[in-house]
Write a protein that binds this ligand. Structure first.
Ligand SMILES: Cc1cc2nc3c(=O)[nH]c(=O)nc-3n(C[C@H](O)[C@H](O)[C@H](O)COP(=O)(O)OP(=O)(O)OC[C@H]3O[C@@H](n4cnc5c(N)ncnc54)[C@H](O)[C@@H]3O)c2cc1C
Length: 484
């Protein structure tokens, strides 16, 4: 096909990176509803310095995020890793170190747990008997709380695992899928009777890998977005919300405000509720499944303190707060300690609030929220005076919830698209295969690959109301569905 037209809906990292990777495959256009690109990547200026108020780091152990940055021309001088990885837990009103020997909060060594004093003696004993417990085989996915509560007791879930998952998903461990959110733990549970021993093997396997776990860009991750935007140039349209995607013969139609655009291939990279409404008329089965993915709203309060007021602050890059502590704040990132390039004449802290089942923090107005968060942060970090500058950023419906059965749901979405013969129509984004930026960069590589394949071998399409009689070869058998 000569110069196919490729429409990418959503100007977050998934959409921008997919569009950039596709830019030699045809005429690419990115449609972004808002007036700003980057979605959940957003760098603001606070006290004269750039501060990320959405995502602030890439998981370096998944290579695709860093690969995207390097492919875009960023080098060693731009990529920076954390100065410290030490994290505290806010337990019973005191800061305790997160035990070193945990995998996603799950203990692999009782001695580390004892030293951290995160658990009471009774809770410790309960966690320590895990290797002696019989195996319970359960068909299919389970919730994080169900799997880990059964093996280690509720306290490990509430005091160690929930705060870590809370930082990523703002989710409820009673609902979050063990398969989709704590992959290494889930894998160990499939292979070993004891999770302690299974995870110890996992930990030993990664021991000796001294590469940093996270990496960011000096000057903020907004630079990644700016570089993508520069590369894409006029191919990006902001304030261009798409309202529906419908089939029109062998092409696709995008309904925009007051006009319709045509495309040969479409990548949907929006949050799940938007993707659901975009596809409602065209692939209703996929739309129904997308609509079933719920989201959590969160907020970030960025705070700038005088470094002289922070001389008593504990070492470490941050504090995680279990919901059982009853605080507004669920995580504190001490940016000035975490990132070497943030050290200097301002002590920068980011605090996040909001959980899927607790809207109380976000119900407060900005001024009240900032004041109360500032007070909690000052208490936790022993800061002497209030912040000199405070900014509240709200992320409504930002974080997709990977509830029990999420992986199977993603398979059903992909199958519905295949079964409808919706060739050329692709769905990506953080709602499906991983919230992290490195997972987003990987998704962009996959989307680019799949769109190229489609454009190389276009086929007749059969979607609701537009049946062109599709042959059985266009429908992938369920057994051959890709794992997400
Ligand atoms: C506070 C916070 C902190 C985070 N920290 C980290 C971190 O440190 N590390 C990490 O790896 N991840 C982090 N994440 C997660 C990560 O940022 C996101 O999962 C990722 O950026 C999502 O990218 P995306 O492109 O899939 O979606 P989004 O960034 O949500 O982009 C979707 C885009 O689609 C647009 N859109 C919506 N509707 C339409 C429409 N109808 N038409 C056109 N466009 C539309 C939106 O405006 C948006 O720009 C964090 C997230 C938040 C909220």
């Amino acid at each position: 096909m000569n110069h196919p037209r490729i429409a990418v809906i959503g100007g977050g990292l998934t959409g921008l990176a997919a569009a950039w990777r596709l830019s030699d495959a045809g005429d690419v256009v990115v449609y972004e509803a808002g007036d700003r690109l980057g979605g959940q990547i957003h760098t603001i200026e606070l006290a004269g310095r750039p501060v990320d108020v959405g995502a602030d780091a890439l998981l370096a152990r998944q290579p695709e995020g860093e690969r995207l940055a390097r492919d875009l021309g960023f080098g060693d001088a731009d990529l920076v890793s954390p100065a410290t990885g030490q994290v505290h837990l806010w337990i019973d009103g005191r800061l305790r170190p997160l035990p070193q020997s945990t995998v996603m909060g799950v203990p692999t060594d009782v001695r580390g747990l004892v030293r951290s004093r995160v658990l009471t003696p009774g809770q410790l004993v309960r966690a320590a008997v895990e290797p002696l417990l019989p195996r319970r085989t359960v068909a299919g996915d389970r919730s994080v709380a169900d799997l880990l509560g059964e093996r280690f007791g509720r306290a490990v879930v509430e005091r160690l695992v929930e705060p870590l998952l809370g930082g990523v998903y703002a989710g409820d461990p009673e609902r979050l899928s063990a398969e989709a959110t704590i992959g290494p733990v889930w894998a160990a549970a499939q292979q070993h009777r004891s999770l302690t021993f299974g995870l110890r093997a996992h930990r030993d396997h990664s021991a000796g890998d001294d590469r940093p776990v996270f990496v960011t860009l000096r000057g903020g991750l907004g630079r990644l977005v700016d570089r993508l935007a520069d590369e894409l140039g006029t191919r990006v349209r902001t304030r261009a919300p798409v309202h529906a995607v419908t089939a029109a013969g062998s092409r696709w139609q995008l309904e925009l405000d007051g006009r319709v655009d045509a495309a040969d291939a479409v990548v949907v990279a929006t949050p799940a509720p938007v993707a659901a409404s975009l596809l409602a008329a065209t692939v209703p089965e996929a739309a129904r499944e997308l609509a079933g993915i719920s989201t959590a709203s969160v907020g970030v309060v960025a705070l700038a303190y005088d470094p002289a007021d922070a001389v008593d602050a504990p070492a470490g890059s941050g504090v995680l707060v279990p919901r059982s502590e009853g605080r507004l704040v669920k995580a504190i990132t001490v940016s000035s300690r975490k990132w070497p390039h943030h050290a200097g004449d301002t002590f920068v802290v980011r605090a996040s609030v909001g959980r899927v089942d607790d809207p109380s923090a976000l119900a407060l107005d900005d001024a009240t929220l900032a004041t109360r968060v500032d007070a909690e942060v000052r208490w936790a970090l022993r800061l002497r005076r209030p912040a000199r500058e405070r900014r509240v950023i709200r992320w409504d419906g930002a974080l997709s919830q990977y509830d029990v059965g999420h992986r199977a749901r993603v398979d059903r979405i992909r199958f519905a698209l295949e079964a409808a013969g919706a060739r050329g129509l692709h769905v990506g984004g953080a709602a499906l295969d991983g919230l992290g930026l490195s997972a987003r960069a990987r998704d962009a590589e996959r989307l680019s690959h799949e769109v190229r394949e489609d454009l190389a071998a276009p086929r007749a399409r059969s979607t609701t109301g537009h049946s062109r009689g599709v042959g059985p070869e266009a429908t992938r058998r369920p057994g051959t569905l890709p794992r997400s």
